[in-house]
Design a protein around this ligand. Structure first.
Ligand SMILES: [Zn+2]
Length: 363
């Protein structure tokens, strides 16, 4: 069974208004789930608009990340108040929590991404973290959300940092799927990898202009936010689990194990993971094009103010046994690193990160 996309997708400047009657048909007592103070005004608007549709609406906030503590608290709240749907309005962690909770309770989930930071509004997947933001596991869900509302007016209000993060996460689709799936004969998988290549090209062309934010009604901005929030999800939907994540996400997951005072966004960490994956391809797979890809990516990442080393993510890998911790988690049994078509050992990870952090990357 493969769930390729949400059942209904509303996109554009008036997506929210257009979706309202459909939401009112689907649910009579939704719970709006959100998290950050930054999105509170938008969530209040969503609340009021749903009330005006005569729905019995309530709202709740996550205290932490998409973690079991928050998930069970919200599940109990839904059961106590007899809510018949979850409306997840926020970034990736909120969307992942909403989808997971809805699946557990067998009620529909409506996703309203409030930034372009990930494709979590689309996918049938939830990443579970600890309260402190340490990656635990990803869970495949039975289906994508029932309704996805990708309202451009809402996404315009998000900080530009979230867009940079979304661009890095969407770029990873090409670098990860193209290396893990080259031997797969399934046409749908091959075509989904080709979509991820076009997606990468679009972001290389339009990403900087979109990030600069002066042109929020410009096609570059629209194409970029839709690439990050929609097309990236479509690649996963068509390619399914064969269109896998690989080293970039495995390294992301291990970096989240080290708790730092400043938290970084998912895509900001994945971006560093892509650079390290390419270094691994160069070192272990004799990939002569990897260096070229790194240079091309670095140029864009610097323009988007994205971190380009683990040090810039607030971690000194040379203290507190951090190198060993990263190598251990990256190479653990169920890690995505093992989807690479060549073997990776802990020593390889220590070596690649050591070289990467010691060189002073300059463009
Ligand atoms: Zn990701």
């Amino acid at each position: 069974m493969q769930s390729i996309s949400p059942e209904s997708i509303f996109r554009g400047d008036d997506a929210w208004e257009k979706s309202l009657p459909f939401i009112a048909d689907l649910t009579k007592s939704p719970l709006i789930l959100g998290r950050s103070v930054h999105t509170r005004n938008l969530r209040n608007k969503i609340f009021t608009d749903l009330k005006n549709q005569k729905l019995n609406v309530n709202s709740a906030e996550l205290e932490f990340d998409c973690c079991f503590e928050d998930i069970s608290r919200i599940k109990n709240l839904i059961l106590k108040n007899n809510h018949d749907s979850v409306i997840a309005a926020g970034g990736g962690k909120v969307l992942d929590s909403g989808k997971y909770i809805a699946e557990c309770l067998k009620i529909p989930c409506i996703t309203i991404p409030l930034s372009a930071s990930t494709c979590a509004g689309w996918t049938a997947l939830s990443n579970i973290y600890s309260k402190n933001g340490q990656f635990i596991k990803d869970v495949s869900l039975r289906s994508c959300p029932k309704i996805l509302v990708y309202d451009h007016k809402f996404i315009q209000t998000a900080p530009s940092r979230t867009l940079a993060s979304g661009i890095a996460d969407a770029l990873a689709k090409w670098y990860e799927s193209s290396i893990t799936s080259t031997k797969i004969e399934d046409g749908l998988v091959q075509q989904s990898i080709q979509i991820s290549r076009v997606l990468r090209d679009q972001l290389l062309i339009d990403g900087e202009k979109a990030f600069n934010g002066k042109f929020k009604n410009h096609p570059s901005w629209r194409n970029t936010i839709e690439a990050c929030g929609l097309t990236a999800g479509l690649v996963g939907g068509i390619g399914g689990e064969k269109c896998r994540t690989a080293a970039a996400h495995a390294i992301h997951n291990s970096i989240t194990q080290i708790i730092t005072p400043n938290k970084f966004l998912h895509g900001e960490i994945v971006g560093v993971g892509i650079l390290l994956q390419l270094k691994l391809e160069e070192m272990k797979n004799n990939n002569k094009l990897a260096d070229q890809s790194i240079r091309q990516l670095l140029e864009l990442m610097k323009k988007l103010n994205l971190p380009i080393t683990i040090e810039q993510l607030g971690i000194n890998v040379f203290e507190n046994n951090n190198l060993e911790k990263l190598a251990e988690f990256t190479c653990r049994d169920k890690s995505e690193i093992h989807f690479l078509p060549f073997e990776i050992t802990k020593e390889d990870i220590v070596k690649v990160i050591t070289n990467f952090e010691r060189q002073k990357i300059k463009i």
